[in-house]
Design a protein around this ligand. Structure first.
Ligand SMILES: Nc1ncnc2c1ncn2[C@@H]1O[C@H](COP(=O)(O)OP(=O)(O)OP(=O)(O)O)[C@@H](O)[C@H]1O
Ligand SMILES: [Mg+2]
Length: 362
């Protein structure tokens, strides 16, 4: 196998951005080279080899699409993360179809880019160009995340106004009972909307994590404890197994615990109340990651529905008040930690959710 010239080639016509990436990726121990435009990148690709290129799509002279095409032609095993501005999702779709392995919207948060790079280096080297279903799914969810972030932002202000004013009105001692009841109802509905907006923000990655280095196992235990009563009433017995060593994770504990609780709540809804079933939760350390598996014996998810379960507002529980944001929020939180979440399922057999989180680097 030929020696790589560097781990990563950064292709961007903005000097400031190149400098930032060189610094941040260099600090993480990656060997980095840069190209100041598409033509420069193509020259470098002709003479060198890289595991990954981070490529801006809109550049003068020769755009990122041409760079991507050249990279895939010269080095089919090379991974490419494309970075592109808001409103150019269609171009990004094209890039994914051409073999880009991931997509990070610009302007990007450096944490999100570092997480995307980490995901590339943690997986086995690719055997050829592939715009697999995973990349397409990530892209679709990213487009929805952009929209959700916008929606959450514009809805937040009017809602804060409605809530603030109605709470103030409620303090008025001269209110009659009927008026009080109506205003209390406005407050209650407003709070429900707030919860929806918070979940949309979590899905879109628009939240700031408060991280601390900690063991994830107590977070799993706390989520199970929180749901214990409801699980038992649904005839579900939760069995938690913490096997072997597990190094700490740098994470936002309350947010992760909520994400785990969402998975448990879904198993509860999928359980058949007429038969008692076991919900198995297992933590382990695999390939330098913390892995948490949630396996239920519920109704399962059909093959055509499975790719949509993380989509916002996708729910088969509309009649039982499902909003369709539980898994979307869990997805956003796990991705924000640089991790991944996936589902496997068989109708009538049950469902497995696997959460993977990067361990705190030493
Ligand atoms: N463990 C599971 N077993 C079977 N189906 C599941 C499971 N988890 C998720 N699903 C399916 O995925 C859909 C989306 O789940 P999600 O948690 O996002 O929304 P929801 O549970 O319907 O509503 P909520 O916003 O209250 O969580 C569910 O409606 C259900 O169809
Ligand atoms: Mg749910």
């Amino acid at each position: 196998m030929s020696e790589t010239t560097a781990d990563i080639l950064i292709v961007d016509d903005e000097q400031g951005l190149r400098d930032l990436l060189v610094f941040e990726l260099g600090t993480q121990g990656y060997r980095v080279q840069t190209a100041c435009d598409g033509l420069d990148a193509i020259e470098k690709l002709k003479h060198g080899s890289y595991r990954l290129a981070i490529c801006d799509l809109s550049m003068p002279k020769c755009d990122g699409m041409k760079v991507l095409e050249t990279a895939k032609a010269l080095h089919p095993e090379m991974e490419v993360i494309v970075a592109t501005g808001y409103g150019t999702v269609e171009t990004a779709v094209k890039a994914i179809k051409m073999g880009a392995s991931d997509f990070v919207p610009k302007p990007f948060n450096i944490e999100d880019m570092l997480a995307a790079v980490k995901r590339v280096f943690e997986k086995a080297p690719a055997s050829g160009p592939a715009a697999g279903p995973e990349a397409c799914r990530a892209l679709r969810l990213e487009a929805m995340a952009q929209m959700s972030a916008g929606l959450a932002r514009v809805m937040n202000n009017p809602l804060t106004g409605i809530l603030g004013l109605s709470e103030m009105l409620l303090k008025n001692p001269s209110l009659g009972p009927k008026e009080r009841e109506d205003i209390a109802c406005i407050c209650e509905q407003g709070r429900r909307c707030h919860v929806i907006i918070d979940e949309l923000l979590e899905f879109s990655g628009g939240v700031t994590l408060t991280r601390r280095t900690q063991d994830v196992r107590p977070l799993v235990d706390a989520a199970v404890l929180e749901m214990k009563g409801d699980l038992e009433s649904a005839g579900l017995r939760a069995e938690v197994e913490h096997s072997g060593e597990l190094s700490p994770v740098c994470c936002d504990g309350p947010r992760l615990r909520r994400a785990f609780a969402q998975l448990l709540a879904n198993s509860l809804h999928a359980a058949d109340p007429r038969s008692s079933k076991v919900l198995r939760i297992k933590t382990s350390q695999e390939d330098g990651r913390a892995v948490i598996r949630f396996k239920d014996e519920g109704c399962g998810i059909s093959e055509n529905r499975l790719p949509h379960v993380f989509d916002p507002f996708y729910s088969t529980r509309i009649s039982t008040e499902g909003v369709g944001l539980g898994l979307s929020a869990a997805y956003g939180i796990v991705r924000k930690h640089g991790g991944d979440i996936r589902a496997e399922s068989q109708v009538g057999e049950g469902t497995l959710f696997v959460v993977e989180l990067p361990l705190q680097s030493v």
